[in-house]
Design a protein. Structure first.
Length: 347
């Protein structure tokens, strides 16, 4: 076994604390990765608090991982020692179901292995990226554009791909009118990506102080959702809405902003169900749908796109000892726009 250290929640809702544990020895197709940076996703917070149920403890969160290859197994050949790699929300899948064969591993029906809080093939629970070392099958690691600062790449592995995938699915491009609900980690990536694809982007936010930032990120419009008249002025103007809000909210208020045949894509996962009135959809044949991260090929496509277009996340880099404070600040909306942990601070 390979000894490593990280930060874990020892039970639901407890502050994270230093935690030593081991990674499996390398199988022939595995690589050992030294983790350099790991983003803090709101999903980490939901799971540490066990808001979705099913969390097991000790739990080392983290699925926005960038690191360097330290060693390869006997048949590993995709990477060289020293290469920068990315690891996202899953570390293995069955490889044979329809979704895996289509490169949509995130929808694997044969047993997806999440990066943390998941049963690995060897029966042990996986542990995430708030740690120094990780072992992964080489096929599940992504190639990183080396022209971008690595700390700005880490959030692309979840916040980036989770917003890129629905934007691509709904053919967002020049002339598309996109609404982004919630300007946090996912929301700010949605704005950057959609605007770079040529779309006209409006942010719908309950934080009026984010208006100037939203324009710098690429949005042309900003609506404070407390201002009912301003929200109403957007009625039937949007083609696609990406809903990234992490807390319970009323989707009916926003569905009316879609044109006929427009689509709202839920990517945020509040802890309680959203109530949708059929009339919010029927009168204009609107679609309400959802999307989960992205598969390996599309995640690589996103990373290559961001390398070409010089897009990284806006990050605030912290030491791991500041992680509990960063959770509090994320919950209070005080993040511009992703906390990223410098994992060398664990040494
Ligand atoms: P985040 O950085 O905390 O951003 C969430 C944003 O939601 C906030 O910045 C805020 O935006 C808005 N918000 C928060 N509380 C609100 C409230 N009470 N009323 C209205 N708006 C509120 O979180 P994140 O990391 O972007 O994640 C967002 C959600 O996506 C989480 O639920 C996460 O679990 C989920 N997620 C899903 C996937 C997927 O595959 N589908 C992947 C990753 C994350 P404003 O201040 O601008 O209003
Ligand atoms: Zn995430």
């Amino acid at each position: 076994m390979i000894e490593t250290k990280g930060y874990a929640a020892m039970s639901a809702g407890q502050p994270l604390e230093p935690f030593s544990f081991s990674r499996r020895d390398l199988s022939p197709n595995d690589i050992l990765v030294e983790i350099l940076y790991c983003g803090i996703c709101h999903s980490d917070i939901h799971q540490v608090k066990n808001e979705w149920g099913g969390a097991t403890f000790p739990l080392v969160p983290g699925h926005e991982i960038v690191g360097r290859v330290v060693r390869g197994g006997s048949s590993a050949k995709r990477f060289s020692v020293g290469d920068a790699v990315g690891i996202g929300c899953f570390v293995d899948s069955c490889g044979t179901c329809d979704s895996c064969r289509e490169g949509l591993q995130q929808y694997c029906t044969g047993g997806l292995v999440w990066t943390y809080n998941s049963r690995d093939r060897d029966g042990n629970m996986t542990q995430g990226g708030y740690s120094r070392m990780i072992v992964i099958r080489e096929d599940y690691a992504l190639k990183i554009p080396e022209n971008l600062p690595l700390e700005t790449v880490a959030p692309l592995l979840c916040a980036g791909i989770t917003t890129y995938s629905p934007l691509r699915k709904f053919n967002v491009g020049a002339g598309t009118r996109v609404g982004v609900m919630g300007l946090g980690g996912l929301g700010h990536m949605a704005v950057k990506l959609a605007s770079r694809m040529g779309a006209d982007v409006t942010v719908l936010s309950h934080s009026p102080k984010k208006a100037a930032d939203s324009r710098n990120l690429g949005a042309t419009g900003f609506v404070d959702t407390h201002d009912a008249a301003a929200v109403a002025r957007l009625s039937e103007t949007l083609d696609v809405i990406i809903d990234t809000i992490s807390a319970p909210h009323d989707p009916n208020l926003y569905l009316g902003l879609l044109k006929r045949d427009g689509a709202m894509v839920l990517v945020g996962v509040p802890e309680s169900p959203l109530a949708v009135h059929a009339f919010s959809l029927i009168g204009r044949r609107r679609t309400l749908t959802a999307s989960l991260i992205g598969g390996l090929p599309e995640t690589q496509e996103l990373l290559d796109f961001c390398g070409r277009e010089n897009i990284g996340a806006d990050v605030e880099v912290i030491a791991v000892s500041e992680v509990n404070k960063a959770y509090e600040r994320t919950l209070s909306g005080d993040v511009r726009y992703r906390f990223v942990i410098d994992m060398k601070s664990l040494d």
